[in-house]
Design a protein around this ligand. Structure first.
Ligand code: ATP
Length: 161
């Protein structure tokens, strides 16, 4: 089976009452037209991530993808874990792809969320801060929910952050 290796970030910053998390609303194929209107699409929230380039360390990929997809500069705190899934490529030959994504806890340093390059809009509809406490419920994918739970555990055990 085809394989893809990506890396991404759980980016947090202090807010008035706890922590915020940076998430993205990925661009998806336009909704399929059904009858008179378009089929309603549920809001899909995900973590910023992307393919690890040749010669790049997963950590560097996480930092780079976070910057490109959210507009934020952030530094790595700790690795949270890897998630795995299989998907079928919707384009071309409908290949099944086995994917591994390494996630890191990153701490916000600078930048404005959603101030991203125009050509990134092909991938990202928008980037936004949400309360970390709501993230497990709001994220679309099980594996990403797990990473958020690990981040919450880590933060609660490291009050110095
Ligand atoms: P990348 O962001 O790594 O460059 P991509 O945008 O090309 O990758 P994915 O985000 O892996 O591709 O999405 C490919 C398919 O897998 C989509 O149908 C998406 O809905 C699904 N998918 C994405 N993330 C997950 C996940 N954590 N668990 C299960 N399915 C997922």
């Amino acid at each position: 089976m085809e394989r893809e290796i990506s890396a991404g970030g759980v980016v947090v910053r202090h807010s008035a009452d706890g922590w915020d998390l940076a998430v993205i609303e990925p661009q998806r194929e336009p909704a399929v037209a059904t009858g008179k209107g378009k089929r309603w699409q549920k809001l899909l929230l995900a973590l910023p991530k992307g393919l690890v380039d040749a010669g790049e360390k997963a950590e560097q990929t996480a930092i780079r993808e976070v910057a490109e997809e959210t507009g934020l500069m952030a530094g790595v705190v700790v690795k949270l874990g890897d998630i795995k899934y299989v998907y079928v490529r919707s384009w071309g030959d409908q290949q099944r792809v086995f994917k591994i994504v390494s996630f890191y806890l990153l701490r916000y340093e600078s930048g404005t969320i959603d101030r991203i390059a125009d050509d990134m809009r092909i991938e990202v509809k928008r980037a936004l801060w949400i309360p970390l406490a709501e993230a497990e419920r709001k994220l679309a994918y099980k594996g990403e929910k797990d990473m958020v739970r690990r981040a919450q555990e880590y933060l609660s055990e490291h009050a110095e952050l």
